[in-house]
Structures are given as C-alpha cells and as structure tokens.
Ligand binder design. Structure first.
Ligand code: PEP
Ligand code: MG
Length: 571
C-alpha cells in the first residue's frame, strides 16, 4: 500500500511499524481474521492477558519509589481490570459465539466500553475511559506473535501514532527508533523540531491516515517526498527500490571545508546550530559551525523519571561543551510550559497553554528549578566561555527581576560580575516593541521567530487549522525583525535569528538583507543554508530586503521572492 503524506522531517528508512496510540491500535485490530479455531483464539487471548499482567507488574515494581504513588496505582488499576471476570467473559463470548479473532474480540469490547465510559455522566467513569483504551492497546500488542513490548521498542522500529508529544518523541529517539508517521504535527511544532534535530524522518498523513497502517508491517519511509510504502506488494517493488537507492545520498556527510559561510562579496556570516540533545552538538565540528546558537535545555528533562541532580546536570553540560570544543555555546534556561512539561513536573494546568505560565515567568516563580540550573551553568562558565539565553522575556520588568535572581544565585553584586554572558530571546511582541529599552541590559538578542510569529499573528504554531496564518513572511513580522536587528546593531550587539525560518535556504538572502549576520539552524538544514550563503551577494540581498520591506501583504512578499528566486540567484 502506498500512502502520500507530508514531510515534516526528511530522511529515508526501512523498518517495522509499531502502532502506539490506543485508538489506532484498536481500530486496525478490529477486523483481524482468526488465525485458528475458536479454542485456539481463546488460548491466545489467555496468554496475552497473562503477558500483559506480567508487564504491568514489572512496570509497577520498576516505578515504585521513582514516580508518585498515584502514578504507580494506575498500573495496579490496569492489572485489576485484566482480572475483571465480566470484561474477560465478554471477550470470550465474542470469540466462541461470534467466531472473532482474539484481536477482533479485544478491539470490539474495549471500543464499546470506552464509548460507554467516555459518555457517562459520572466523572470517575470518564476518567476510566483512557485506562480502558490503554489496556486494549496492551492486549493487542501482547497478542501479536512477534510482539515488541514498550521496553523492547528500538532499532528498526517506525512509530505510528495519531500524534506525538515532544516528550514521547525524545523517549523514542533515545530508544533508537528510526522514523515516525503521525496524523498531525505542525512543521514548526517542537515535535517537528526534535525529529529534525535527531535526524529522524517524520511524515504526517491526513485525518486518521495512521489507522490504515498495520502493527508490525514492513514500512519504507521516504521522508524526502512524504511517501510511505506499507507491506509492499509486487507492484510496489519498483518504487521501493527507487526510494532505497537514494539512502546513501541522503546521509552523505559534507566536508567542513566546503561549508565556509562567506558570501560572494566576502561577508562572513556566523552560522550556528540549534540543538535539543547533547549528541546533536557533534554537528558543530562536523560542519565547522560557529557553535551551538541555541541549546533547548528543557528536552534534557523529558525522558527521565525525576529532576536531575546538580552533579548529573553538570556532567551533561560538560559533555555538550566537550562536543562543541572551542566554538561558541549558547545555552537557554529551560523554557518549560505549554506542551513542554516533564512528565513528573507539578506545573499548573493552563487553560490556554501558549498564553499560560511558561519560560522565564515560570522560572521566576520556581526557584527550585531556576537555582540548580543557574548554579550548574555558573560552574560551567568558570571552565569555558558561555552565553545564557533567557526564554520568553516580555518586558524590562521581567528582565530586571531575572538579573536580580541570577545575581543572587551566583553571589554577584551586579550583572557585570556574572560569570556568563546573558542574551534574551525575542519571542514576545511586547519585548520586540521595547527593544530599545531591553538591549542595553543584555549581551545580544536571539530572535525566536517560531514564537514571535505565533504571538504577533495570534496563530498557534502547532495548530494546523491556523497554519497558513503562522506566516513569518507577513510584513508585520519582517519589519519587526528588521527593526530588532537594526536596534541591536546600533548598540553594537549581535542579533541572531533562530526560528525554523532561519533554516529555509530560499530565505537566507532575505534574512541577511534585513541586517542579521548570524543565523542558528537545525543541523538538518545547515548544509543547505551554508551553500545558500556562499551563492549570494550581500549588497544585492540588502537591496532585495529594502524592496520587500515596502510591501504590504504576505502574498506580495511571496510573489516578489518567487520572481527573484531569493537565496539561489541574489547575485
Ligand atoms: C522560537 O520560538 O523561535 C525558538 C527558537 O524557540 P522554540 O522553538 O524552542 O520555542
Ligand atoms: Mg520559542
């Protein structure tokens, strides 16, 4: 079966599907035909129930003492459901009287129960609905002959899920999975950014497309063209062969000497790498990059059971520093909040997550999180030069409070004594408007176009329905960027652009023309952007940006750029 989707993260892989989210697992299992007699199906069901109970018992014992008691209790409750005689006998009836397979019986009963619980008026029953789904998913996975359990997910596995949170993506990446297929994932979401950072292909299908992919199917992902071949048949062989043929091309390493970031007219551009995981820092040496321009440290906290100790955190940062070598290292304080919350964190639930407590505002309320991170970064700063970046600063008031805290934690009397440089992210429109007031206090700015665009245009970066409105090519955004860069330059301070747009090689000319001389991009975009820099003339790029800044609509900007073929022929 061939499916056409949308590429969110490029790359080509072949592996085995692992359908992980419960509704999809259950939907795909519903029509599985029986593999033997009813008696044999009953035996398969009973073996699966035993296996699922053993897994839950293992999880309960493994997590006791590491997570809260109420979380451990969830696994005990799931195990109890597996012993529920009514639940079990309903599934047996489906097999014995209606001739269904064990998978079909589990899926049918669990889906009915789920509906009943979900639509119940009793809150407790509604809460149970997701537990039921989870049990169903576990049973289906235990029924599959070559079942891969959660503990075993790893090499050669392609995760299929209707959606993935950043936390889940980090967990799977660390387990060694090789690719992802989801129904939804915005290209500027953190899940997308992480997939690109880990160099793992991710393709999205449209509504419920994942349901068409079977568990443990042979999958070829062409993450360069958004094509998925699932359980290929004879007719698909030519396509499969042509996709697989391109694998060596997509992973061929580039020679650092060929990636010098100098324009045709001799302007040196500082090109950095954005990272979310320590291993990504290896790309700095691989490409001879200017350094790590943005380390999104919040993802260090996701695939864990509890906060790291200061010693552990220092080891991680030292590891990153060793990988970066002599190059620059810009580490952002944790930008928790919205969809970036460690599973064990006790953050308040926000009614509107992107506008809720996040970034530096959250840290100013949570000294227990801010203090250990700053202490560790201060230690690292005594070993090598370091820049600390502040996420989501909105005003001078917040900036001043932050400096007070930083000084207190580091035992400094003034900000000049801090052992590291401090730059602020510009992601909030109010901060962008007040740049004249903020810039004297910091060592530079980093323009986070993902969030700045989201907040300027009131369009959630993760929400596909407003995807076209999350458009950094809107004149309002471009003029703001130009003003930020100009103001920073007037104060002799660097301004880096680090949102996803910076990684689009077709826009490199425009961004440099707006005045920035520093870009920070995901490692999967580095080579293309470096080559775009080499191809362009800065004087022409500046002329082009001047023209663009006169335009009043996003459509006009697009049309103008299309006519100019920016980044490829700004000569
Ligand atoms: C941004 O907002 O553009 C940015 C770089 O930060 P993040 O993507 O981590 O929110
Ligand atoms: Mg941001």
């Amino acid at each position: 079966m061939i499916l056409q989707g949308k590429t969110i993260s490029p790359g080509i892989v072949r592996g085995v599907s692992h359908v992980v989210d419960a509704p999809t697992v259950l939907a795909t299992a519903l029509n599985t035909p029986p593999s033997g007699t009813p008696q044999q199906e009953l035996e398969r069901l009973s073996a699966a129930v035993g296996r699922a109970s053993a897994q839950l018992d293992h999880l309960r014992r493994h997590l006791t003492g590491r997570v809260t008691l109420s979380e451990v209790a969830i696994f005990a409750a799931h195990a109890n459901l597996l012993r529920d005689s009514k639940f079990l006998s309903q599934m047996e009836t489906e097999i014995m009287q209606h001739g269904r397979s064990a998978e079909g019986a589990v899926s049918g009963i669990v889906r009915n129960l789920y509906q009943a619980f979900r639509t119940s008026n009793v809150t407790l029953a509604q809460d149970k609905a997701t537990d039921i789904l989870d049990i169903g998913r576990r049973l289906i996975q235990c029924l599959s002959d070559a079942a891969v359990t959660e503990d075993e997910i790893g090499a050669n596995v392609i995760i299929v899920a209707s959606s993935l949170t950043p936390t889940e993506l980090v967990k799977y990446a660390h387990q060694g999975v090789i690719g992802f297929v989801t129904d939804t994932c915005g290209p500027k979401s953190h899940t997308a950014i992480l997939a690109r950072g880990f160099g793992l292909p991710l393709i999205t299908l449209n509504q419920a497309g994942c349901e068409t992919i079977k568990h443990l199917a042979d999958i070829v992902l062409d993450g360069d063209n958004g094509v998925i071949v699932s359980d290929s048949n004879e007719n698909d062989q030519q396509l499969v062969a042509s996709i697989l043929q391109r694998i060596p091309l997509s992973v061929a390493p580039a020679e650092p000497a060929t990636l010098q970031t100098v324009t045709q007219d001799g302007a040196k551009i500082r090109l950095y790498i954005n990272i979310s995981d320590p291993t990504e820092a290896d790309s700095v040496a691989q490409f001879a990059a200017a350094g790590v321009g943005l380390f999104r440290t919040e993802f260090l906290y996701m695939d864990r059971l509890w906060w790291p100790s200061e010693e552990e955190a220092l080891e991680i940062y030292r590891d990153v520093a060793a990988r970066v070598g002599e190059a620059e290292l810009h580490i952002r304080l944790v930008d928790f909040g919205a969809e970036k919350c460690p599973p064990y964190a006790d953050f308040p639930i926000n009614r509107n997550p992107s506008l809720g407590l996040r970034g530096i505002r959250l840290l100013l309320q949570r000294e227990d999180i801010l203090r250990p991170q700053v202490k560790v970064l201060a230690k690292l700063a005594r070993e090598r030069p370091l820049t600390v970046m502040l996420p989501m600063v909105d005003s001078l008031d917040t900036l001043e409070k932050t400096f007070e805290q930083l000084c207190r934690i580091c035992g400094c009397r003034s900000r000049e004594q801090l052992p590291f440089k401090v730059t602020t992210m510009i992601e909030v429109p109010a901060a962008a408007l007040m740049i004249d007031a903020l810039i004297p206090h910091v060592d530079g700015i980093s323009i986070g176009l993902n969030d700045l665009t989201q907040y300027m245009l009131a369009a959630d970066r993760d929400d596909e329905y407003v995807g076209p409105y999350h458009d950094a090519l809107q004149p309002a955004v471009l003029r703001t960027v130009a003003n930020l860069v100009r103001t920073a330059a007037a104060h002799g301070k660097p301004a880096t652009i680090c949102g996803e747009l910076a990684g689009d090689p077709l826009l490199t000319g425009l961004l440099l023309g707006l005045g920035t001389r520093e870009l920070s991009v995901s490692r999967s975009n580095y080579v293309q952007v470096a080559k775009a820099i080499q191809r362009l003339r800065l004087d022409k790029a500046i002329e082009l940006a001047e023209q663009v800044l006169k335009l009043n609509s996003g459509a006009a900007v697009r049309q103008f750029l299309a006519n100019q073929k920016v980044g490829t022929s700004v000569k």
